[in-house]
Design a protein around this ligand. Structure first.
Ligand code: DON
Length: 308
């Protein structure tokens, strides 16, 4: 990797923030400055990190949290038990759609990266209440992001919780249809908290580097998750990581990626790079406009399309 290349990618992609808008359905996200773009790359070949732009700016992890929480659930329960509760199919619907379950007569959520699936996955984390589950989730995020200073963004959490009625409706719908056990409000509380952890692109590049390295943290060679879990998660990122833009991204870019409405993107170049991107202005599907452009340029310039 090359720092100059990342600087150039930021320069070429930055203006794409104009094509998007910060998320406003969570009021605290609506106050973020859209004119930001950052990128960080963890290079597995030499164990070096490269970054450019607003790489060190903190933002809410949001839906990218669905990746570490799924990995933790798989570690605790085993792959089979987790995928007995959640499918691995792309949806073609927005991330918080209730329609897909109704229309398709679902008896369990379509995949772990739409909100219904993520709420069920959160409920699977061992712990008797929200505090216990969140403590485990935060410790695991610290481990896999190689950052012991990760914290909950209290303002985002309160904002998510106060305005989270669509998520409440999804959770009550699932509870009424026997899709998950536990107390709805308590599970939603730990779900809102998992979305409200502050990260930066370097943290995300570390998380992605563990996946790129098939579960082994490249900075200390510790096996954090099984190879099987890492492979499974990368494949679902490829088919459902960017919601109803996943097919387009696979076709025109071609690497596993996961987005969050805080503007983060986490992408994996298997055996090569872990990539974190931040650009808070989003397109209508909820993905970073400048961030997606930056990822596309990086993949093209370095030749990282996994299907090539
Ligand atoms: O559940 C929500 O609405 C948010 N906390 C997370 C959604 C999200 O990041 C979707 N991603 N693009």
């Amino acid at each position: 990797m090359d720092k100059k290349l990342l600087d150039k990618i930021i320069e070429e992609s930055f203006q794409y923030y104009k094509k998007g808008h910060v998320a406003t359905y969570i009021p605290a996200l609506g106050r973020v400055n859209p004119e930001q773009l950052g990128i960080a790359v963890y290079d597995l070949e030499n164990n070096e990190q490269y970054f450019a732009g607003n790489a060190e700016t903190s933002f809410a992890i949001e839906s990218i949290s669905k990746v570490p929480v799924l990995l933790l659930a798989i570690e605790e329960r085993g792959l089979k038990n987790v995928f007995n509760k959640v499918d691995a199919e792309p949806t073609g619907f927005s991330f918080n759609s209730i329609l897909n379950m109704e229309i398709n007569k679902r008896t369990y959520p379509m995949n772990p990266f739409v909100n219904t699936g993520a709420i069920v996955i959160n409920s699977l984390i061992n712990g008797k209440n929200s505090d216990e589950r969140f403590e485990k989730i935060l410790s695991f995020m610290k481990l896999i992001c190689n950052n012991e200073h990760l914290t909950l963004n209290q303002e985002i959490y309160e904002s998510e919780s106060r305005t989270g009625d669509i998520n409440r409706s999804l959770a009550y719908y699932m509870k009424a249809n026997d899709m998950f056990d536990g107390d709805v409000e308590d599970v939603l509380d730990s779900y809102f908290k998992q979305c409200s952890v502050n990260v930066n692109t370097i943290d995300l590049s570390n998380l992605a580097a563990v996946l790129a390295n098939n579960g082994i943290a490249p900075w200390n060679n510790q096996q954090i998750v099984s190879e099987e879990a890492a492979i499974t998660v990368k494949s679902i990122m490829t088919t459902a990581g960017l919601y109803d833009e996943s097919g387009d991204f696979s076709t025109h870019v071609g690497i596993p990626a996961k987005s969050g409405v805080g503007g983060g993107l986490m992408a994996v170049s298997p055996d090569k790079f872990g990539i974190g991107v931040f650009g808070p202005a989003l397109d209508k599907e909820g993905n970073s406009t400048a961030g997606m452009k930056a990822l596309k340029l990086l993949v093209e310039k370095v030749g990282l399309n996994i299907f090539e």
